[in-house]
Design a protein around this ligand. Sequence first.
Ligand code: SAM
Length: 412
Amino acid sequence: MTNWFLRMPKKISTQPISESPFTDIANVGKSIHPLWDIPVYHGELWPAKQRRGHSLHQISYRACFKPALVKFFLERFSQPGDVIYDPFMGRGTTPLEAALNDRIPWGSDLNPLASHLVTPRLSPPRLEAISVRLKEIDLEGETPLQEDLLTFYHPDTLREISNLRSYLLAKERDHQLDTIDQWIRMVALNRLTGHSPGFFSVYTMPPNQAVSIKSQQKINDRRQQTPPYRNVSVLILKKSRQLLKDCNLEGDTKLNQAATQANFAIADATELSNFPNNSVNLVITSPPFLNIVDYATDNWLRCWFCDLDAHKLNVTTPAKLSNWEDFLSNVLAQLQRILKPGGRIAIEIGEVRKGTLKLEETVAPLGAPNGLRLEAIYINDQIFTKTAHCWGVANQKGGTNTNRIVIFQKEE
Ligand SMILES: C[S@@+](CC[C@H](N)C(=O)[O-])C[C@H]1O[C@@H](n2cnc3c(N)ncnc32)[C@H](O)[C@@H]1O
C-alpha cells in the first residue's frame, strides 16, 4: 500500500472559511487537500466547555474520545431515530452520546469489559436504589484474599472488593444480575485503581490501567506508601452521585427507550457477521492506533474482577504501519457492508510518533477500494486541559495532540 503521507506537504495551509458548515463555531479554517481534492477543516471544533458532556460519560477508559466529538458528527450527519454504530466502542462514548440524542445506539468491541461499561449507563438507577442494594450485600464477611493484591489494597478494602466480586459473579452465574447490580459492577470497575482517595487502591498511575504487581511494589517503595483503608460502598455511592448528576426524568426516559433498541456485541471489527447489511446510518469510531496501547495488559485487574482471562483478549495493536493498514482496510470493508447507502463513517485517528506520522493520510486512500467515497478530513486542535493528562498523554509531548477525522460515504 502506498504511504501517501510521504508525498504530502509538511503543513496544510488554512484560509478563512467562506461557505462554512460551521455556523456555530468561530475560526475554522478550510483548505482543499492537494492530492484528493476534498475539504480539510481545521480548528478548535469542540471548544473546551463542550468537551465534558453529560455526567454519565465521566468514567475513564484508555484512549477514549470526547463526547463533544461524537456530538459534532451526530449533529452534522444523522437524524433522530438513526442507527449509530461504533465497532471499537471502548467505554461506549459513541453509543451513549447517540442514546442521549435520540439515536439508536449500537456498538461492539473485542474487549468484553466494553459492554459492562456501557449497558448500565443506558438504564441509570436512582441513587437510593444503589444505596439500598449496597447495604444488602455482605461486604465484610470473612473470605480468602488474593495476597498479591495487597500491593494495591488495604486488607479490609480487599475483603470488601472480594465479597462484592463473589456476589456479582454468583448473580451473573444465576442470570440474576439486574440493572442495579450492573451499575454497581460498572462503577466498581472504574474505582479499582487510581491516583486519588476516590479510588479503592493506594496511589497508582495512571487510573484504571492497573500496572503489574511488581511495578506497583516499586511505586509503593518509591513513595514509601502502604495501602490505606478505603470504604468500597462509600466510594461507589460517591462516584454514582457524580455520574447521575445530569440525569432527570426526561433524559432517563430517552435513555430507557434507546436501551430497548440497543445492540451491543463482543466482536472483532474485522468480522462483524452479527450486524446485518445496510442497517447503520452513521459510524463514529476510533480504532486502536498502531502499538500505542496494550488493552489486554492494561485491563488485567478489571478482568480479574469480572473473572475474565485478560490473556484471551486478542486485542489488535499492530505495530507495523503496513499491518495496521491491512487491518483498517478489512474493518472498512465490514463497515461498508453494514452501512445503509448514503451512510457515513467518521473515523478518528490521532497523531502518533510525536506528530511525525499523520494516520489520516494512511486511512484516506483505503476507502475507494472498499466502496467508500472519501468526503472530507476534519482536524481538531485540542488545547489540553488537566483531565486530558489522565491517560499519561503529556501536553504536546508524544501521544495524541489533535483529533484527525476522516469522513467516508457509502455511495447511494
Ligand atoms: C481507541 S479505543 C476506543 C475508545 C472509544 N472511542 C471510547 O471512547 O471509549 C480502541 C478500542 O478498540 C478495541 N479493539 C482493539 N482491537 C480490536 C479489534 N480487532 N476489534 C474490535 N475492537 C478492538 C480496544 O479494546 C479499545 O476498546
